[in-house]
Design a protein around this ligand. Structure first.
Ligand code: MD3
Ligand code: FE
Length: 216
């Protein structure tokens, strides 16, 4: 038996329910992690990671980019999905087939078969970056789930309730973990605690999170 005090990826697999419609799939993306990382390098050449501004005028500590037909953006005018990258005027890069396959398989494993995402938001965290409690409500159809895949440094995910002030559960997310949020859990408040600097053997001092959505 080995004793690993500082695991950087999950060693167990299977479906862990964290709500009636929310499931952690530990290590689900591990086998594809090298392919995902290679794809990011290509994607960011066409649509660089950037720090966006919230409608309230705050610069997000998380840098983001998108792939797929629709991409999520924010500026002083508000939050929305667009077909063009406002920074380049070009369409967002196509969603790689490997991304689509992974998202569909994760959704199906959690009981949401037939999920076809048209948007993939990619967040990049460096030490200290965080995401405050929010709901994802810019998508047209809330009946579709959201699938997230985490790579790189570990993070503590906050899984709240339907009101901002509800107590939030703290869920560690490690390299290769996938999470599926649907049904009753789709509109729950959620966020990410400020990232600690625990460099990952492959990605170094960063965390990359993909969220697959059906936005249109
Ligand atoms: C729970 N990203 O991009 S992942 C986001 O780790 C976002 O970067 C976080 O929240 C991250 O909007 C969390 C997953 C996530 C996405 C949507 C959810 C969790 C969710 C919707 C409802 C409940
Ligand atoms: Fe979110």
């Amino acid at each position: 038996m080995t004793l690993d005090l500082f695991p950087c990826e999950s060693t167990t697999t299977g479906l862990e329910a964290i709500g009636p419609g929310a499931f952690v799939l530990r290590g689900f993306a591990l086998a594809q992690s090298a392919e995902l990382i290679a794809a990011i390098t290509e994607l960011e050449r066409r649509a660089p990671f950037r720090h966006m501004t919230t409608p309230g005028g705050f610069r997000m500590s998380v840098a983001l980019t998108n792939c797929g037909t629709l991409g999520w953006t924010t500026d002083l005018q508000g939050y929305r999905y667009t077909t063009l990258d406002p920074q380049t005027g070009q369409p967002w890069p196509d969603m790689p087939d490997a991304f689509m396959g992974l998202a569909r398989e994760a959704a199906a494993a959690a009981g949401f078969s037939g999920f076809v995402p048209d948007a993939c938001l990619i967040n990049r965290y460096v030490p200290g970056a965080r995401m405050s409690l929010h709901q994802d409500k810019n998508e047209r159809d809330f009946s579709a789930p959201i699938v997230s895949v985490s790579l790189g440094m570990p993070a503590v995910f906050l899984f709240g309730g339907h009101a901002r002030g509800d107590k939030a559960a703290r869920i560690p997310l490690l390299h290769g973990d996938a999470v599926v949020w649907g049904g009753q859990d789709r509109m729950r408040y959620h966020g990410v605690l400020p990232l600690k600097d625990r460099p990952h053997p492959v990605l170094g001092s960063q965390r990359i999170n993909f969220t697959f959505r059906k936005a249109g």
